[in-house]
Design a protein around this ligand. Structure first.
Ligand SMILES: [Zn+2]
Length: 80
């Protein structure tokens, strides 16, 4: 397999932000319901429990899941 320069830069960026205990999107969404009750997407990592570190890490590398989480968060807030 060969990479062009852009691919390599993307790969290097991912390596830079990827932790060892990373999870995939399926795992993230599976755990998102419990996570979102305690996480404010606009409040960074202020209230993150240790068991949620992997989910926060996933958000840093996955804009799609961040969007999902924001939508979920907004929906929960709307019910208050
Ligand atoms: Zn994801």
């Amino acid at each position: 397999m060969t990479y062009d320069r852009d691919d390599l830069l993307k790969l290097l960026h991912l390596l830079d932000v990827t932790a060892t205990d990373e999870i995939d999107c399926e795992e993230f969404l599976h755990r998102a319901a419990g996570f979102v009750e305690r996480y404010d997407p606009d409040d960074g990592e202020a209230r993150i429990a240790p068991e949620h570190a992997a989910l926060v890490q996933h958000l840093k590398v996955c804009p799609e899941c961040l969007e999902e989480l924001r939508a979920l968060y907004a929906a929960l807030r709307a019910e208050d």
